[in-house]
Design a protein around this ligand. Structure first.
Ligand code: UT7
Length: 332
């Protein structure tokens, strides 16, 4: 029997910082309000000429080095993003593969908003367990600064840019296997988080540009309530299925959208502060990149070690949601 093991984590954190004080200059808000309502103090913004593939390639480079594999051995590249370099083609994954100098390889994008990295984990696991692939590079890369309306004070301040990546490889050792990934969606909630214009429904036009329909629109408060409920029930289902309690989890890594969501979900699931990884104060909400950037942060702090049990919990536009349960299996 072959299994899939989570071998490495890496990230790229753009150096340019946008603080709450910077938002005070462009929208009617305050550092105090943003901090109290979200826990966010600052977020990272990519350079003018930097696209998601640039951030993703840098994160991937770190993940590949830490996994100790040759680039030539990567046989699948999946990039989770809703801010691709190009609206239709080529995919961001193709561009990342080329920027990394990989030989021709299967590469494609996943569009599942903030749940994208968990979806990518599920797909990598399935490809490996089916015997089709051996070393899968998964990436979550986002440049939300490219789709934000910086006059929309209800939305623009929570998002940031960044990328995270991981190598998932084949193993025969069940003890280091990814235990389970569960993903789902409900398109009935399409209007909660949406970029209404620029796609086939409302193709790019002067009206789309003038009305900023190609920017993200979010019904924050409704989304907040559903996020708390869904993130909680998602993990409860996963834990029950595997007969686990919160005490069996070493690192709980929820999607980083809002500190108040993380606190409410953590409390409902009885996860302690020590177990829960939080980066939303530093990076804001980086959508598909949020979970791998948070995992990389905990890894670089020396918190995550070989054999630790890790639980991802994601929620985002679609709506989409998902959780992944695994033992971290880095190169010894
Ligand atoms: O990542 C994908 C999933 N996304 C999420 O999970 C995001 C979930 N949503 C949230 O994090 C929160 O809803 C926000 C942080 C976006 C907004 O916080 P909120 O507590 O839900 O605020 P609200 O939209 O209910 O607005 C409350 C008040 C309103 O004023 P009134 O009508 O009560 O007078 C808003 O106009 O806060 C006002 N407000 C602001 N005030 C200062 C909204 N945005 C701001 C702002 N600064 N930036």
């Amino acid at each position: 029997m072959t299994y899939a093991a989570f071998k490495s984590i890496g990230a790229y954190i753009p150096p340019k910082i946008m603080t709450n004080a910077d938002f005070e200059k462009i929208i009617d808000t305050s550092d105090e309000w943003i901090t109290k309502r979200t826990g966010i103090k600052e977020r990272r913004i990519s350079e003018e000429n930097e696209a998601s593939s640039d951030l993703g390639a840098k994160a991937a480079q770190v993940a590949i080095e830490r996994a100790g594999i040759n680039k030539e051995d990567i046989d699948l590249v999946i990039c989770a993003t809703v801010t691709p370099d190009y609206l239709c083609m080529p995919s961001t994954a193709c561009l990342i593969a080329s920027k990394l100098g990989l030989p021709p390889v299967m590469a494609y994008d996943i569009s599942a908003a903030c749940t994208g990295f968990v979806y990518a984990t599920a797909v990598a696991k399935a490809f490996i367990e089916s015997g089709m692939k051996k070393n899968v590079l998964i990436i979550g890369a986002e440049t939300y600064s490219s789709i934000l309306d910086y006059t929309d004070r209800g939305t623009c301040f929570i998002f940031g840019d960044g990328a995270g990546a991981a190598i998932i490889s084949v193993t025969n050792n069940k003890d280091e296997a990814i235990i389970d990934v569960n993903c789902s969606s409900d398109g009935n909630y399409e209007d909660l988080i949406k970029t209404p214009g620029g796609g086939s429904k409302h193709p790019c036009s002067q009206e789309v540009l003038d009305s900023k329909m190609a920017c993200i629109k979010m019904k924050g408060n409704e989304t907040f309530k559903l996020a708390v409920r869904t993130l909680t029930s998602d993990v409860e289902t996963m834990m029950k299925k595997h007969n686990l309690t919160s005490k069996d989890i070493n690192h709980f890594i929820p999607h980083q959208a809002n500190r108040r969501i993380i606190t409410a979900v953590g409390k409902a699931l009885e996860m302690t502060e020590e177990q829960t990884v939080v980066t939303v104060d530093k990076y804001g909400n980086t959508s598909a990149a949020s979970i791998p950037m948070a995992m990389n942060y905990a890894y670089e702090q020396g918190r995550i070690k070989a054999g630790d049990t890790v639980l991802f919990d994601a929620f985002g536009g679609g709506l989409t949601w998902g959780s992944a349960l695994f033992r971290f299996a880095p190169k010894k």
